[in-house]
Design a protein around this ligand. Structure first.
Ligand SMILES: *Cc1c(COP(=O)(O)O)cnc(C)c1O
Length: 414
């Protein structure tokens, strides 16, 4: 998998301009625009697409996504404030554990469309906040549910004891409590049980289990239901990028699901699957060395800037962009054939981005370009560790004009 020419060219231009080795994030906004349009086009009419901002809150990405998504899902007061400042009118949903009273008040003040309530006590706090403000809050109950056929993925937020959501067994009691509290308007149920789902069939079966559960609550407890939020969790195949989640097959199965709940609007709040593909992390090689039989490539930056491979425990795929000429008076380290382990500049053996990966040729000064770096990458990294300089941020715009690069020193032309 090679990056588009404009991404490779921008990375090479950045290195050519710099007298120091570079690290950078490059975002292909045109690719994001096409991808988001494709996601939206596949969904049947009963389905709405929200973007889970915590995957990557970069304002340029949100701007590119805004025309394609129904709205944004935020998980903190900080995300809420950022999204509201940038998009005063977009529908926003607010979820996540540990919302403070101030965050709940901010949600009501800024016209949040729906608040996803994570616990019975949060429900009571929100009712009090709404009552005090003289407002009615629209809510979904986030529910944790044991699903017999819960697919196995590397990250599960439910289906077993977790801090997320309300125990399904408590839902009937919440429903009767809500009948006494007109300051809260229950719109339906929210589930988000797992992430990293790569199997479209398994995801459809999970959504079918959600539908069966809410039909039961409708029939037995009169659950009001106009919204069913089935969360995010569609995965990105870092280990085998040629075999991605089959979006077309997933969408083909949705009309049959929608038919089980007539009149209900379904919501997806996807993060990783929306933005991972538009981002690239580039590192320039500083040193090539052999130690105790293994070849190590030490490059500018590291897991403090791109924590994704360390967080997920995979070898991240990358391509080598040869950089010529070699401007230095000393010899150029190089490696030909055989596997290399790619590490960053941190003084810890955990700073590994790819382990024992075969490369044909790699030299000091060459660039390594890691794809699938647009989600849970820069924003989940421990950026200050060791006080290395921040990576450059390059946003390749929708139109084919000069890109803008934001370096540590401000705005520069790429
Ligand atoms: C993080 C999160 C998402 C997005 O998950 P992805 O795996 O990035 O799609 C959606 N909903 C909730 C409640 C989340 O916490």
């Amino acid at each position: 998998m090679r990056a588009p020419g404009r991404v490779r060219a921008a990375a090479l231009a950045l290195a050519a301009r710099s007298s120091e080795p570079v690290s950078a994030y490059l975002y292909d906004l045109a690719a994001l625009d096409r991808h988001a349009a494709g996601l939206r086009a596949g969904l049947p009419p009963a389905f709405e697409l929200f973007y889970a901002v915590k995957a990557n809150p970069e304002p340029h990405l949100l701007q590119t996504l805004a025309p394609h998504v129904h709205g944004f899902e935020v998980a903190s007061g900080g995300e809420l404030a950022q999204v509201r400042a940038q998009f005063p009118q977009m529908p926003v949903i607010f979820g996540g554990p540990g919302k403070t009273d101030a965050e709940l008040a901010l949600a009501l003040e800024t016209g949040t469309e729906v608040i996803h309530v994570e616990s019975r006590s949060e429900l009571e706090r929100l009712a009090w906040t709404a009552r005090t403000r003289g407002q009615i809050a629209s809510v979904l109950l986030r529910v944790n549910l044991r699903v017999e056929t819960l697919p196995e993925t590397p990250l599960t937020m439910g289906g077993r004891p977790t801090p997320f959501g309300i125990d399904a067994a408590e839902v009937p009691a919440c429903l009767s409590w809500l009948e006494e509290h007109p300051e809260l308007r229950l719109r339906g149920i929210h589930f988000h049980l797992l992430s990293h789902q790569l199997d479209a069939g398994a995801h459809l079966r999970l959504l079918a289990a959600y539908a069966a559960q809410v039909r039961g609550w409708q029939a037995q407890h009169g659950l009001p239901l106009d919204l069913l939020n089935v969360g995010g969790g569609i995965g990105v195949n870092y280990r085998d990028p040629q075999r991605p989640f089959d979006w077309a097959a997933f969408c083909a199965g949705l009309p049959a699901l929608a038919a089980q709940l007539p009149g209900v609007r379904w919501r997806l709040e996807l993060g990783r699957y929306v933005t991972a593909g538009c981002g690239y992390y580039a590192m320039q090689v500083i040193d090539v060395k052999r130690t105790l039989g293994e070849t190590f490539v030490v490059a500018r930056g590291g897991t403090h800037q791109f924590r994704t491979p360390a967080a997920q425990g995979h070898s991240h795929p990358f391509e080598v962009l040869p950089v010529d000429p070699w401007p230095h008076p000393y010899a150029r380290g190089s490696h030909e054939g055989g596997p290399v382990t790619v590490v960053g500049q941190l003084c810890t053996p955990k700073d590994v981005l790819a382990r024992e990966v075969p490369v044909s040729r790699l030299r000091a000064g060459d660039l390594l370009l890691f794809p699938l770096a647009g989600a849970y990458a820069w924003n989940i990294s421990h950026q200050q560790f060791l006080s290395h300089p921040a990576p450059a941020m390059v946003f390749l715009p929708l139109e084919e004009r000069e890109s803008m690069a934001v370096g540590p020193g401000g705005l520069v032309q790429a």
